[in-house]
Design a protein around this ligand. Structure first.
Ligand SMILES: [Zn+2]
Length: 382
């Protein structure tokens, strides 16, 4: 049967084939299975976007939307439509292998986030060779915690086998955070040189003190948003409570007042080890004393040098140099010298509750970013 009413507003049967209706008509509860009756409305599409971006899996997302309208028969589309919608949307957003698509994607990101930075490097045929991008949140994170940066290309490869690389670091809660991302079309020395230069430019020329590469891939295998969420949660804990010292020692109380919970735990552990060790004064030259520290039931020793005029302390284990908290050996010496506060010199701001304070004021981020945005045009590949 064919019905027409498009022009007149009145429905009129224009064609009827009697032998065609040999099957039962579809009941109203099943019409949502029919292709002609299935449609994801604009409002539903927006809701699907929200559900998907909040990390709910497609099947659960479809179930949730169905529940809201009293069952799948009322939703107007089937699970496959929902899945196809999300898939085609993602494909549109991430046409990574296609140059125009990538640029369009990055330009759109910049429209939404004016501080979004990206740069591309082109090869001799003017084709995009490498791409790097950094968003505003990454820049802020880097300004606080960019002293040590780990560069990881083992995280993920796209369809063409191009490595997707991440610049990652550690925040004051000892969580991994992402500072930048790059899609690399080759892994040559000149590519890396361009990448690190451009990354530094995106970060207002603030160079990391240390760059580690080829780190554990598992470190990066967590979603960026999840990282930030965990950091927010940890920040909340820090601002609503102070770590509790498991034994009431003055230096621990002081540490609890400055460090975040996570770093305080590490500090407390060092202090515990300090108590379980032996100290021996080996010599003194002027204001500098040399000590040997032997951990309990161990045979190895560490040498600690302490300069009482300036309060400088160093240990042969070099823990402070890489972990930025005082080692048990240094703490043992400080304790023997009756020092009851963590010396200011050895409190690294990045581990404190105030890690994220004042850097922003000291560095007018907006200015530097808009300056660096000028380099968004293609850079010539050397
Ligand atoms: Zn040490």
């Amino acid at each position: 049967m064919m019905i027409n009413g498009r022009y007149t507003g009145k429905y009129k049967v224009v064609n009827f084939i009697a032998n065609h209706n040999g099957h039962d008509l579809v009941s109203p509860s099943k019409t949502h299975f029919l292709r002609s009756h299935r449609r994801i409305t604009d409002v539903q599409a927006l809701q699907a976007d929200d559900i998907s971006s909040s990390g709910i899996a497609p099947r659960a997302g479809y179930y949730l939307m169905s529940k809201q309208v009293g069952g799948r028969e009322n939703i107007g589309f089937i699970f496959e439509d929902y899945k196809n919608y999300l898939r085609s949307k993602r494909t549109m957003e991430m046409k990574i292998c296609d140059t125009g698509g990538v640029l369009e994607y990055l330009q759109q990101k910049q429209l939404v986030d004016p501080n979004f930075f990206y740069a591309t490097q082109v090869d001799e045929d003017d084709l995009i060779a490498n791409i790097i991008w950094v968003d505003a949140q990454m820049m802020v994170d880097y300004s606080h915690f960019g002293d040590v940066v780990s560069f990881d290309t083992t995280y993920w490869k796209n369809k063409e086998g191009r490595p997707f690389a991440l610049f990652v670091g550690v925040n004051h809660h000892k969580q991994t955070i992402v500072f930048g991302a790059a899609l690399l079309y080759d892994e040559t020395a000149s590519t890396f040189a361009w990448l690190f230069d451009t990354f530094a430019r995106a970060m207002s020329e603030k160079q990391p003190k240390t760059i580690l590469t080829d780190q554990d891939a598992a470190m990066a295998k967590v979603l960026i948003d999840e990282r930030r969420y965990q950091e927010l949660k940890a920040d909340l804990r820090t601002c609503h409570s102070t770590p509790v010292a498991s034994f009431p020692v003055e230096i621990l109380k002081h540490a609890a007042s400055v460090y975040t919970h996570e770093v305080f735990e590490l500090f407390q552990d060092e202090l515990r080890k300090a108590y379980d060790s032996q100290i021996e004064l080996c010599g003194e030259i002027g204001e500098t004393s040399e000590y040997k520290i032997t951990p309990f039931k161990k045979h190895h020793q560490h040498t600690v040098m302490y300069d009482s005029s300036h309060g400088n302390i160093s240990c042969s284990c070099k823990k402070f140099e890489f972990a930025r908290i005082l080692c048990s050996h240094a703490l043992k010496v400080l304790s023997s010298r009756n020092i009851v506060k963590v010396p200011e010199l050895y409190i690294k701001k990045r581990w404190t509750k105030k890690a994220k304070k004042s850097v922003v004021e000291a560095q007018p981020l907006g200015d530097s970013i808009s300056a660096s945005k000028c380099v968004n045009a293609n850079d010539e590949k050397k």
